[in-house]
Design a binder for this molecule. Structure first.
Ligand SMILES: [Zn+2]
Ligand SMILES: [Zn+2]
Length: 87
């Protein structure tokens, strides 16, 4: 599976579940990795991706927002939160 973004670091991704039409955004989006839809439990690949303007800028603006590691394919592949992963 491939994504619009093919870089090494994380980026900002927009996702939309084709099954329930739910959409969400993530600042922990990676090339060739998807995130699971919380209600359908299916893997969704980002339809749009762009570089993060400021690394961690979005995380800092909302410190209470947890990265859903159980939904993130990259976290699963790493076996730890991808937020702590830098190249
Ligand atoms: Zn869904
Ligand atoms: Zn992750």
């Amino acid at each position: 599976m491939s994504t619009p973004y093919q870089g090494k670091g994380r980026c900002f991704g927009e996702y939309r579940c084709s099954q329930c039409n739910r959409s969400w955004m993530s600042a922990n989006s990676w090339a060739n990795y998807g995130q699971e839809c919380t209600s359908c439990k299916i893997m969704v690949m980002p339809h749009k991706q762009r570089p993060l303007l400021k690394p961690d800028g979005l995380d800092k603006s909302d410190p209470n927002k947890r990265h859903p590691t159980e939904l993130c394919q990259k976290c699963k592949a790493l076996g730890r939160p991808c937020k702590q992963f830098y190249n």
